[in-house]
Design a protein around this ligand. Structure first.
Ligand code: SF4
Length: 308
């Protein structure tokens, strides 16, 4: 088709210039509208990007090792054992015809090799206990579990090999509000218990504020602001972050949430300057011509905007 011809001619940069660091044991949030590159960023960290998409350049350093430079076998060994992922709608990735026990056992033995059944059974029960599920859950098939229980099984699988980093991409997106809280609480508890770092991707600024210590805001495939939660919420520097925060519904103030008018630009034909320019109430001439780089404007607080 004409559209696929266009794609063949020029690569589309779904994610570009994304830089951030996560400290050991820290929870780092990434916020952005759907389609802004957050999932691509998560998949890149775990090297799960599939053709025709590819990673053109960059590094993903985990304790000094560049994951993007590893051969497939070495990466396979590190995936789940050092860095694991709870995917969006992960519960749908469970096999419908396999009992929970076997799915968790498979996750363990694929990486660690065979082990006596008695030991595996204990690990399955311990893992289920850690995510707040009764041991009998091991006997059930996924369709016998609620959405929240399934997502907790996925968390149990993600932590089965005690990874140093957990990437959770909208882990509660298809759950009701009450179950969301329980699942997020479970995720925090297991992360703290393991002493692992957590990258939590989501679009709910209000929820993120209660969970993470530092965060990054993505827009149209780029990181536009990073800082600690206090900096981002009390002193947002990027106009997009400011509008996102204004759009958080507030029960106390009874204000109507304001959406952000307009749409992100087409990444097929991105504008030459700031990608937020068409929606930005503070845009200037320079914004139409020059891409603003992410710069440290206050200690530990970075933003990509020509206003500063
Ligand atoms: Fe707005 Fe310009 Fe800043 Fe972009 S660089 S966010 S257009 S002020």
């Amino acid at each position: 088709s004409a559209a696929s011809d266009v794609y063949k001619r020029q690569p589309v940069h779904a994610v570009e210039d994304v830089t951030f660091g996560v400290k050991p044991g820290e929870r780092f949030g990434i916020v952005g509208e759907s389609g802004c590159g957050t999932t691509t960023t998560a998949m890149t960290i775990l090297r799960l990007i599939k053709p025709p998409a590819y990673v053109d350049r960059g590094r993903v350093l985990l304790n000094g090792t560049d994951l993007l430079a590893l051969d497939d076998e070495s990466m396979h060994r590190r995936r789940w054992s050092e860095v694991s992922m709870v995917m969006q709608g992960a519960m749908n990735s469970l096999s419908p015809v396999t009992r929970v026990r076997q799915q968790i056992v498979d996750a363990i033995t694929t990486h660690e090799g065979k082990a006596p059944g008695r030991i595996l059974e204990k690990r399955v029960r311990d893992l289920l206990g850690v995510v707040g599920l009764p041991g009998q859950t091991a006997d059930l098939f996924p369709h016998e579990l609620s959405g929240g229980m399934k997502q907790r099984v996925c968390i149990a699988m993600a932590i089965a090999l005690s990874p140093k980093l957990i990437v959770a991409d909208e882990p509660t997106s298809s759950l009701d509000v009450v179950t969301q809280r329980v699942v997020i609480q479970t995720l925090i508890e297991v992360q703290e218990r393991l002493g692992a770092s957590l990258i939590l991707i989501g679009h709910d600024m209000g929820l993120q504020a209660q969970i993470v210590q530092r965060m990054g805001v993505m827009y149209a495939g780029r990181m536009v602001e990073t800082g600690n939660v206090e900096q981002i919420y009390s002193d947002p520097l990027h106009p997009y972050t400011q509008l996102l925060i204004e759009s958080i519904p507030s029960v106390r103030e009874r204000k109507m949430p304001r959406g952000i008018p307009g749409l992100p630009p087409s990444l097929l034909h991105p504008p030459p300057g700031c990608l937020f320019e068409a929606r930005c109430p503070l845009a200037m001439d320079v914004c139409r011509q020059v891409i603003p780089p992410l710069r440290e404007l206050k200690p530990g607080h970075f933003a990509a905007c020509h206003l500063y």
